[in-house]
Design a protein. Sequence first.
Length: 257
Amino acid sequence: MSQVALLAKAGNRNLVRLLFMAALLLLWECAARFWVDPMFLSPPSRVFGHLDALFARPGVLQAYGDLMAELLIAFVVSVALGLLLGLAVGLAKSTRERMMPIVLLLYGTPQITILPIVMLAAGVGFGSKVIFGITHGVFPVLLSVASSLQKVRPIYHVSARAFGATPWQKFRYILLPCMLPSFFSSLRLSMIACLLGVLLAELFASTKGIGFFTRQFTDTFDPTSLFGLISVAVVLAISLNASLSWMQSRWVTRQWT
């Protein structure tokens, strides 16, 4: 496929996404103005026009800064921990058979049930939000790495041993190219999962931050500020996801030689 055809295909995808987002905004505007009580839903035209007043509120910008710091720490730790555990579980068949059922059991456990334990262990503050973000974000990376290692053909391992490859060479030239495509996809899932975990912890275990303001705006029936707060968080999540997607398109297509 030529470069022009690839660019045209990418442009068509972006156009469809923009049209879909425009349709959602139009539906939101109509619903808020004609169908839903304004006490519960505010139109996007009013929400976006109110953002300057929202940012002028004391503590809102600091709350977004805290959210990004908590998200960044939780994401980095989740990726590192998930990568190490995924390699430990996926490299050896015996370890995989023993540990994978436990990993799946923990992954299937509703994370909200362990929030009280996290609060008792780390308190109500920065630490509990980061830990709860890690418990959400580590599993996509762990499962992706472990499952990718299972797909490596046995002949590659035999060839590496036959040529006397070191563990690093085996990882660099055999394991890494096999797990890299799904690994980048798991990074995007992990980022969203970490954000979800941090926001949930802020909703139930915080006296400040985005979760605190969300509760405050909900209790005072202020949908304009509430949807503005949520909209900015959504834009941040989309931007982070797009950044990881760009990294994936840049690195996965490289030749690993």
